[in-house]
Design a protein around this ligand. Structure first.
Ligand SMILES: Cc1ncc(COP(=O)(O)O)c(C=O)c1O
Length: 384
C-alpha cells in the first residue's frame, strides 16, 4: 500500500486529531451547540489573524474569498492597484476586471517582490490618483516569494487607501499582524497552514472595510459579507446559509493545536524548516528560484530544474515513492518544482523530501550528494 504524503503548497497534511474531530456525529446549524462552536472558532480565528476585527467563515475555496474581497468593497469603475508577483496576484486582478474595476498592475516579474516603495511611487503619481484599494499577495505560492506587509501597510495608511491581503498560503505560516500593520481585509483558506481539509475560506474586515462595504455597488449574494456579519452577531451566532459543519469541527481542533503550540512558535518552526530545506537543496547542487533570503517564503520553496530534467518525471518519482510535490504554474510550468513546507510539517518530513529529491534526480541520470545535503540541512535545523 502506498501513502501519498502531501509536501505540496496546499492542500497540506491533516493531523489525525483534526480528522478524528471530523468523525463526530453532525449537529444541526440552527441549534445552540452550533452557535457555541461558531463563537469559539471565531475567537480563535481572531487570535490567528491577530485582530480584533470581525472574522467571517464561509464554505468555499480561496478563490471564492478573492472574489468576495472584490465585490464587497468596490464598485464597477473603481481604480485599484495590484502587486503582482505570480499566478495568484494575476488571478486577483483578473477577477477585479471581470467585475468592472480598473486594476493597475504593479510588478509582474515572477520571482521578484513588489515593495512598499513601488506602491508609494504609484500612489504618488498621476496614474495612481484616485486609487481606492491596494491588493497584495502575502505569500505568492506560485514562486515562493513573500511580501513585506508591514511597510506596505505604512504606505496604504499614508495614502488612505483600503489595504487587502491574500494570505491564503501564509496565514499561520508567516507573521501577519492584521491590526498592527493596518490591514483592512485579510483572506485565507483552510487547506494550507490551518491544517484542515479544503472547503473553508475566511475574511477579516476592519471598520474602514465596513465603511467601504456600505458604498460598494458590485453585485453579490452568496458572498455578501454584511449579511454574514448580521448572522454572526446573533445571540447564538450563525451562518446565513448551511455551513460546512464537519469541516468546522476539524478547524476547531486545528486551531486548538495552533494555540497550544503558540503562534510565535509556529512562525519560528516554519522559518527554521524553510532554512533547513533551502540549505539542503543548495547542498544537493540544485538552484533555488528565489535566491534572496529576505523575500524567500517560509512556506514554499521553488527549485529550478536543470537542462534535460523533466518536471513530470521528478514529481512522478515522488508520487511513486509516497510523497506529493507540485510543479510550476503558468509561465513556470516545466521550469520548476515546488515543495510546500507549511502546516503540519516537521524536520523529519524535510529530511525525507531531501532524500527523495536526491533519489529522483538519480533516477534521471543526475547524481546528487544527498549525504552532504542532509548533514548541512540538519546542522542548520539544530542551530536555528
Ligand atoms: C496565494 C493563494 N491565493 C489564492 C489561492 C486560491 O485558493 P483555492 O485554490 O482554494 O481557490 C491559492 C491556492 O493555492 C493561493 O496559494
Amino acid at each position: 500500500m502506498k501513502s501519498s504524503f502531501l509536501m505540496t503548497p496546499g492542500p497540506t497534511q491533516v493531523p489525525s486529531q483534526v480528522s478524528l474531530a471530523m468523525a463526530q456525529e453532525i449537529i444541526h446549524h440552527r441549534v445552540p451547540a452550533f452557535g457555541a462552536l461558531l463563537k469559539d472558532i471565531t475567537e480563535k480565528l481572531q487570535y490567528v489573524f491577530q485582530t480584533q476585527n470581525d472574522v467571517l467563515v464561509f464554505p468555499g475555496a480561496g478563490t471564492g474569498a478573492m472574489e468576495g474581497a472584490i465585490v464587497n468593497f468596490f464598485s464597477p469603475g473603481d481604480k485599484v492597484a495590484f502587486g503582482i508577483i505570480g499566478e495568484f496576484g494575476s488571478r486577483w486582478a483578473k477577477i477585479a476586471e471581470i467585475f468592472g474595476l480598473q486594476p493597475i498592475r504593479l510588478g509582474g516579474e515572477w520571482g521578484k517582490a513588489v515593495t512598499a516603495q513601488d506602491i508609494d511611487l504609484l500612489l504618488s503619481s498621476e496614474a495612481g490618483k484616485g486609487v481606492k484599494g491596494v491588493f497584495i499577495t502575502h505569500n505568492e505560492t506560485s514562486t515562493g516569494v513573500y511580501s513585506d506587509l508591514k511597510s506596505i501597510g505604512e504606505v496604504c495608511k499614508k495614502h488612505n487607501v483600503l489595504y487587502l491581503v491574500d494570505a491564503v498560503s501564509s496565514l499561520v505560516a508567516i507573521d501577519c499582524k492584521t491590526d498592527l500593520w493596518g490591514i483592512d481585509v485579510v483572506i485565507t483558506a483552510s487547506q494550507k497552514a490551518l491544517m484542515t481539509p479544503p472547503g473553508l475560506c475566511f475574511f477579516s474586515v476592519s471598520k474602514k472595510g465596513w465603511e467601504y462595504n456600505q458604498e460598494a455597488k458590485c453585485p453579490r449574494y452568496y458572498w455578501d459579507l454584511a449579511n454574514a456579519l448580521k448572522s454572526l452577531k446573533k445571540a447564538s451566532p450563525e451562518n446565513p446559509y448551511t455551513p460546512a459543519v464537519t469541516l468546522l469541527f476539524g478547524l476547531n481542533e486545528a486551531l486548538n493545536m495552533i494555540k497550544q503550540e503558540g503562534l510565535e512558535n509556529v512562525f519560528k518552526r516554519h522559518l527554521q524548516l524553510s532554512k533547513m530545506f533551502r540549505t539542503g537543496v543548495e547542498a544537493l547542487g540544485l538552484e533555488l528560484m528565489v535566491k534572496d533570503e529576505k523575500i524567500a517564503s517560509p512556506a514554499v520553496t521553488s527549485i529550478m530544474l536543470p537542462e534535460g530534467i523533466e518536471a513530470g518525471k521528478i514529481s512522478g518519482f515522488f508520487r511513486n515513492n509516497g510523497i506529493v510535490i507540485a510543479g510550476g504554474q503558468g509561465q513556470l510550468k516545466g521550469k520548476i518544482i515546488r515543495v510546500g513546507h507549511l502546516g503540519y510539517v516537521d524536520a523529519f518530513d524535510i529530511s525525507n523530501t531531501l532524500i527523495t529529491l536526491g533519489r529522483a534526480f538519480k533516477s534521471q541520470g543526475k547524481a546528487l550528494n544527498t549525504e552532504a545535503a542532509l548533514k548541512k540541512a540538519w546542522e542548520v535545523y539544530e542551530h536555528e
